[in-house]
Design a protein. Sequence first.
Length: 94
Amino acid sequence: MEIVDNCLGEAEGNPQVVFPALGTGRLNYPEDKAAEAMIDAMLGYTARNPATSIKDITIMLFPEDSRVIAVSKRRTVLIKYCKTSMLFVHVHTS
């Protein structure tokens, strides 16, 4: 996902980045495919840029984003449930 690469490049110098679930709203892209593409892009960026300052990447979701949650569980990334109506998928970069 080029937009993830571009955003991560712009975020260099920061230790943390938070993304919404891209493409799943008005673009109506299938949630599971969007989650796979985002996680692949995030891990790919950090693999291509081992000296990156970014150590934590988070995808912010609504609890009803069940397909994104299922992909995240399958990809063994950490899901943090919060007291708010949001939950967070945490992609470890190191």
